[in-house]
Structure formats: C-alpha cells, structure tokens
Design a protein around this ligand. Structure first.
Ligand code: NAP
Length: 527
C-alpha cells in the first residue's frame, strides 16, 4: 500500500499544508519517504466539526454494531500484513517480533472491547422502581445508564506505535464507549499511523458509520495538538508520553471555558522491592531476570523497572553481580527517536556524574542510535536528599538504593511519587515483612505484582495500568484493559421518564433487562 502523507479527515484524504514532517529510520537516522503534510487550523476545525456532527448518531449505534466496527478495524489491521510491520520496524527501530507481538495485542484489545460491547454490562444499567405509596413521600422512578462524553482527542505514543497509538487502547476504548476519535499522530511514526488510520477509515465506510467517527491529523509543530485539546467540541483527551507534554495538555484543558478530563500517562520508575529471604535464597536468579526486564525494548516501557530497593549486604551484592554479568551479555538496542536517545544519554550522564551515585555496570556500547544499558547504586540517605534521583530516565537505566534495614526501605517508599507498578520479590518467609508494606504500596501504585516485573502488561478485565500522579493524571482510571472504557462515559439519570421516551436499554421490555441492577441489587443476587 502506497503512503500518501495525507491527513484523514472524515471521508477525505487531504493534503496538510501547514509545514511538513518526515519519519526517521530509527536505526540509520535517515529520512523516510513520503513527506507528511501538517494540518492547518482550518483542517483541525473541519475534523472537529465532523466529529461533533458524528457524536449523536454514533453514540446511539447499537453496541453490537460498534462491536462489528472494532472487529472490522482488527481485521483490516491484520490485512495490512507485512507492509505495516515493515514500516513500523523502520520507524520505531523495534525488533520485528516485538512489532508482530504488539500488533497481536492491538487486535486483541479491539476484540476485547467488541466482546464487552456484546455483553452490554459496561452500561451499568440501574433501576430504582417508583414507590408511589412510600411514606412520607413517594419515590420517583429512577433509571440510570452511562453515556459517552463526546469526541475524544488521542495522542499517539512514541513507545507503542500500534498498541498505544492510532488504533491503540485509548482509541479502542473511546470508540467502544460511543465517542468519535481524532488522533494526533506521533511524529516518530507517521507512516504506521497513516496505514492504521486507513484501516479504521475503511471500517467506518464499510459499516456506513457517520463520517466524523474518526479522523487522523499530523502536526508539524505543537499548534494543532494544542488546538485540538482547546477545541470546544473535544470532550476528553488520551495521552501517553512525557511529564512535560502531559502537563502542558492538562493546563490547556483546565484553562478552557469548559475544562475537560485529560487521561495522561506520564512517568514512572516502577520500584522493585527485594525482600531479605528472597534475596538470600535466589539473588542470582532475580538479578538475571531483572537485567532482562530492564533492557527489554531498550528499556522504553512505561513499566520499566528503574528503581530497586533492598537492604544492603552480601545478598544485595550477589544480586548486583548477577545483574551486571547479565547486562554485559545484552546488546545495546536502537532507541525510538533521536530525541529519546539524547534524553536517555543525558539522564545516564547525570546519574554517572552524581557525587553520591556509583556506576555498577554498563551494557555493551552500541551505534550512535542505540542505548547502552546502565546500572547505578546509591544509599537511601542520598536518595532521600536529592529529588532528582527519583526522576525517570526513559530507557534501560536503573538505580539501586541500598537501605540500612526494612524501616529505611519503607521511608524510601513513602518519599516516592505515584507509580504505575510496584514489584515485590519475596519468599514465604517474607510475607510478614511484605504485608507491612502493602498499605503504602497500595497508596503508591496502580498495580502490585509479586516475583515478576511490570513489563509485559496483560490486557484483560482486572488489569490496571494507571496510578497516582505523575504515573497518570487521574489515578482513578486505567488505560489498559476493559475498565479503560469508564474514562469516556458519564452517568445520566432518567426520573419518571415515560417508557416511550426512555433509551431502549432502560425500557420495561429491554432485552438488557437481565443486566439491570434493581434497587441496588446485582442481577442474579438474592436478598
Ligand atoms: P512527548 O514529548 O511527551 O510527546 C508525546 C506527544 O505529545 C507527541 O505527539 C508530541 O508532539 C505531543 N506533545 C508533547 N508536548 C506537547 C506540548 N507542549 N503541546 C502539544 N503537544 C505536545 O513524548 P515522546 O516524544 O514520546 O518522548 C519524549 C520523552 O517522553 C521520553 O524521552 C520519555 O522521557 C517520555 N516518555 C515517557 C513514556 C512513559 O510511558 N513514561 C512514554 C513515552 C515517552 P510532538 O512530538 O509533535 O512535539
């Protein structure tokens, strides 16, 4: 399939005339064809107008039809075959197997939401029947359903060119909820974005959905992304990227006449806690597995294990030796963009030059576009004294904090900002010590995991990929898994509404009646 470099606005493929951008081959640093035209403010306005026109008809499509839509998108993405994988490998520098795996995850997410739509329980229908005889006052008839928020702006992420980009989790959950979507493509992978955008566009056409259900914009600067968030017809934002970028978009959203929610996933160092018995019994195995997780995908995962906490001593030294030995065998890997590579090198240099930080190990050096893994150590007092040591270095770099005892380790946990994940490595004999950490860890992170690492996020119903600020801008939500749909819905109550005016799902003869929560009782629950 030939790339055009055009914007996809409604049914039209239009040339953006507000500057141009090129993808860069991540491995060689050379420009890839074609040139992509940046959207003009008028083209942004056109996309927003179409999305707004599409909102009412699209949100009232039957959930089964939206399920067909998501499945059609999944099929169209798979039908792109090698053309998509080749372009995505070139633009991201990620290995082919990783991109094929990510494509599977993207398709799986779309199908997960399709299944959820067919089940219908995401609507959380509630009915409190009228009680006209109630004393002293009669109770009105109350019926509740969830409706979508409105058109959603999605910012594609650099580190997941498929699973968190044009047809990624934010788009899938917003479309499932009934929200039209306008994607601002990440400039690191415009070709991948166009291919996937056309797969969505084809599904919109084939299912005869409203024209503005989906649009894809390229931005040759920051103006169009910022204008998108500021536009009054946009009602929510999904973002994955830097803290500075997420905070800038949050500020724009908050300054609007009508502020809107921004679901921004920003930065996380994902602490790994090594408990004493586990460290004593298997320091080498944990150290080796840690090095593998640290370097996966050149460390460019939001769940990358960037911080390790343990009690100082021989067992921690065994862990460090094993991790160092493993790092020495893991080749440097191409990073996503020159900018991300530069930021990584600067972060590593800053840790290496810190007076209170020791360089424990470096991985093999690579080419000018590759990230060389780095393992550093410090002590808890130094870590607590300098907030800069708590910042994410995006890439395969980690800091090990040597603690005097578990009480000091707990003090370090209490000093951390919100996190996506916290990993506990423990044996049975560590359970009492670990239990004492759990309240603090629950306050800290969106996901607590045992004897593993946060990389490799399962997409399911019980997954949480979120956490308190700055891991995400709204710790009440998740951007992975079926619960992600809740970000784009809000409840509406219908009081004493005649059956002829009620939405079909709340009518007395509704086929979804079996899923109603009546008088607060879950369906199927007696008593
Ligand atoms: P980014 O710079 O935050 O960019 C993400 C998207 O937001 C891009 O489309 C970008 O547009 C846009 N954007 C950023 N700042 C903006 C602003 N002020 N106004 C309007 N739009 C804005 O993230 P990135 O390019 O993916 O990577 C840069 C750094 O982000 C990395 O080095 C890493 O530190 C961090 N990062 C973190 C995670 C994580 O999950 N924790 C994931 C990815 C990246 P333009 O590119 O066109 O400016």
């Amino acid at each position: 399939m030939t790339l055009t470099g055009n914007l996809l606005i409604g049914r039209q493929s239009l040339r953006g005339t507000h500057g141009t951008l090129h993808a860069i081959d991540a491995a060689t640093g050379t420009e890839l064809e074609p040139a992509f035209g940046g959207a003009t403010p008028q083209q942004l306005d056109h996309a927003c107008a179409l999305a707004w026109q599409a909102f009412d008809p699209y949100r009232e499509t039957a959930p089964g039809r939206r399920a067909d839509f998501l499945e059609a998108i999944a099929a169209n993405i798979l039908a792109l075959g090698d053309a998509l994988v080749d372009r995505c490998v070139a633009e991201s520098g990620l290995p082919r197997a990783r991109i094929e795996g990510e494509r599977g995850r993207t398709v799986g997410q779309l199908r997960l939401f399709a299944n959820m739509l067919r089940q219908g329980d995401f609507l959380e229908l509630r009915v409190d029947p009228a009680q006209p005889e109630r004393k002293p006052l009669p109770r009105p008839d109350l019926r509740l359903r969830q409706i979508p928020l409105g058109p959603v702006a999605v910012f594609g992420a650099s580190n997941f060119p498929l699973a968190f980009s044009v047809a990624g989790g934010d788009t899938a959950s917003a479309l499932a909820a009934g929200c039209p979507v306008i994607v601002k493509a990440h400039p690191a992978h415009p070709g991948t974005s166009e291919l996937v955008g056309r797969a969505i566009r084809k599904a919109v056409d084939d299912l005869d959905l409203p024209e503005g259900t989906f649009s894809l914009l390229f931005d040759a600067g920051l103006e169009i992304g910022q204008g998108l968030v500021a536009d009054r017809r946009i009602k929510a934002v999904g973002f994955t990227g830097s803290r500075a970028g997420g905070m800038a978009l949050m500020a724009i959203a908050a300054a609007r006449a009508e502020p809107i929610p921004v679901y921004a996933e920003m930065s996380s160092v994902n602490p790994v806690l090594l408990f004493p018995h586990a460290l004593a019994s298997r320091a080498e195995a944990i150290g080796t597995a840690f090095a593998d997780s640290l370097t996966l995908g050149a460390g460019q995962f939001c769940t990358n294990p960037g911080l390790v906490l343990a009690v100082a001593g021989d067992n921690l030294d065994r862990f460090l030796q094993a991790a160092s030995a493993r790092l020495a065998t893991l080749p440097a890997a191409t990073m996503l963009t020159p900018g991300i590579h530069r930021a990584y090198c600067a972060g590593v240099a800053s840790l290496a030059g810190h007076a209170q930080v020791q360089t424990v190990a470096r991985g093999p050096a690579g080419s000018a576009t590759q990230g060389q893994a780095a393992l550093f150590a410090t002590d808890a007092a130094a870590f607590l004294a300098d907030p800069a040591l708590r910042h994410e270095v995006f890439g395969a770099a980690a800091l090990v904090v040597r603690c005097r005892d578990l009480a000091e380790m707990r003090g370090v946990i209490d000093a951390l900002e919100g996190q996506l994940t916290a990993a506990l490595h423990l044996d049975d004999a560590d359970h009492d010590a670990a239990r004492a950490f759990l309240p603090a860890l629950e306050r800290l992170a969106g996901r607590l995991l045992v004897n593993g690492f946060g990389t490799g996020v399962e997409v399911g119903h019980a997954m949480v990929h979120g956490g308190p600020w700055p891991a995400t801008s709204d710790g009440r939500s998740t951007s992975v898994g079926s619960l992600a749909i809740a970000r784009f819905l809000r409840p509406v109550c219908y009081q004493d509404m005649p059956a002829g005016l009620l939405p079909a799902s709340l009518c007395p003869d509704s086929p979804q009646r079996h899923s109603w929560r009546v008088d607060g009782k879950l369906p199927g629950c007696a008593g």
